[in-house]
Design a protein around this ligand. Structure first.
Ligand code: FAD
Length: 284
C-alpha cells in the first residue's frame, strides 16, 4: 500500500477544489484495505473513501482525515455477469465490454468516476440506473472487520440514493453486474449517448449535476427560470450550457461553491417553493 502525507485533494477530483488530507492511502488489494483501516485506527483518525472524485466537493481547509483511494481495478466475466472491482473506472469497463462483446450497460458508460462510486449514489443516465444491473455486492464491514455480501432484498436503492449513504460502516469492494453476450440485449447506442453528453453537457472542472432533480422537474430548468443560469461567484459559475453544472473556471474556493449553492437554493425556494437538494457529496 502506498501512503502519502498531507496530500492535496484537489489533484484527485474533477472539481479541482480541496485542501490537504493528513493521509492518503492508495489501495489495490484486500490486504491493503485492511492495512489502511488499521492505520486509521492507530492514528485515531476518520476515514473517507474516494473513488474517482467526480461527485465530491472537498473543503479547501486541511482535513484531519485518512482518505482511502480505491485503486482496486479489474474485471472478469462469464456469460451473464461481470465481476468488477469497485475502483474500476467506467472507461475501463467500457473497453472491457467492447473487447469481450458484452452488452446491456450502454446507457451508463459515459458516467465519470468508479463503479463503486456509482453504486454508492445509484448513478444513472438515459433511463437506466446501476441498481437495474446489480446482482451482488461484496463489502468490507468496518463493524465486523470482515468481507460480507450485501442482502440486496433488504437494501434500498432509489433515485441517486443507496443505503450505503446511511450505512457508513460499509466499503464497497466488488460488484456483480448483469450483462449479456447476445447483441440483441444492447441497450441503445453508445455513439448516441456520447453525442448527447457532448452536446448537452459543458466541459471543464465540474462534478456534473450539482442538485438532484426534484420530482417531475429539472434543477437546471428551475435555476434558469430563477435567472441564475451563468451566475458567477468568485471562481465558480452555473454553466451557461447547463445551469445545474457548476464550473470551476478560475481557482474557485470551497466558499465560492457554498455561496453559489446557498444563493440558488434561496432564490429557487423563494420563487417556486422548491427545495433543491445537492446530489454531490461534501467533505469538510
Ligand atoms: C461531467 C460529469 C458528468 C456526470 N454525469 C453523471 C450522470 O450521467 N449520472 C450520474 O448519476 N452521475 C453523473 N455524474 C456524477 C458522478 O460521475 C457520479 O456520481 C459517479 O458515480 C461518482 O463516482 P466516483 O467514483 O467519482 O465517486 P466519488 O466522488 O469518488 O465518491 C462519491 C461518494 O461515493 C463514496 N464511495 C466511492 N467509492 C466507494 C466505495 N468503494 N465504497 C463506499 N463508498 C464509496 C464516497 O465516499 C463518496 O461519498 C457526472 C459527473 C461529471 C463530472
Amino acid at each position: 500500500m502506498i501512503i502519502k502525507e498531507n496530500f492535496e485533494l484537489k489533484d484527485l477530483c474533477t472539481f479541482s477544489i480541496g485542501g490537504r488530507a493528513k493521509f492518503l492511502c492508495l489501495i489495490k488489494t484486500k490486504t491493503d484495505l485492511k492495512e489502511a483501516i488499521s492505520k486509521a485506527r492507530s492514528e485515531n483518525i476518520k476515514v473517507h473513501i474516494h473513488g474517482g472524485g467526480s461527485n465530491t466537493l472537498y473543503s479547501d481547509k486541511d482535513l484531519d482525515l485518512l482518505v482511502i483511494k480505491m485503486n482496486n481495478i479489474g474485471v472478469n466475466h462469464n456469460n451473464d455477469h461481470l465481476e468488477v472491482l469497485s475502483g474500476t473506472p467506467w472507461s475501463y469497463l467500457l473497453n472491457y465490454c467492447l473487447k469481450n462483446k458484452l452488452y446491456g450497460l450502454e446507457p451508463l458508460m459515459g458516467i465519470p468516476g468508479s463503479i463503486g462510486g456509482a453504486v454508492y449514489g445509484n448513478a444513472g443516465a438515459h433511463g437506466m440506473e446501476i441498481k437495474d444491473a446489480i446482482v451482488e455486492i461484496e463489502c468490507f464491514d468496518l463493524e465486523s472487520n470482515e468481507f460480507i455480501n450485501i442482502d440486496l432484498e433488504n437494501f434500498d436503492f432509489k433515485y441517486r440514493y443507496s443505503d450505503f449513504k446511511k450505512k457508513k460502516n460499509l466499503i464497497i469492494w466488488s460488484i456483480k453486474l448483469a450483462c449479456s453476450s447476445d447483441s440483441n440485449s444492447k441497450n441503445g447506442s453508445l455513439e448516441e449517448y456520447k453525442n448527447f453528453r457532448l452536446e448537452k453537457q459543458p466541459q471543464g472542472k465540474t462534478t456534473g449535476s450539482f442538485f438532484r432533480n426534484p420530482e417531475n422537474d429539472s434543477a437546471g430548468r428551475l435555476i434558469e427560470a430563477a435567472g441564475l443560469k451563468g451566475y458567477v461567484i468568485g471562481g465558480i459559475k452555473s454553466s451557461e450550457k447547463h445551469a445545474n453544472f457548476f464550473i470551476n473556471f478560475n481557482n474557485a474556493t470551497f466558499k465560492d461553491v457554498i455561496d453559489l449553492k446557498n444563493l440558488i437554493q434561496k432564490r429557487v425556494f423563494d420563487e417556486f417553493g422548491v427545495n433543491l437538494i445537492p446530489e454531490i457529496i461534501t467533505v469538510e
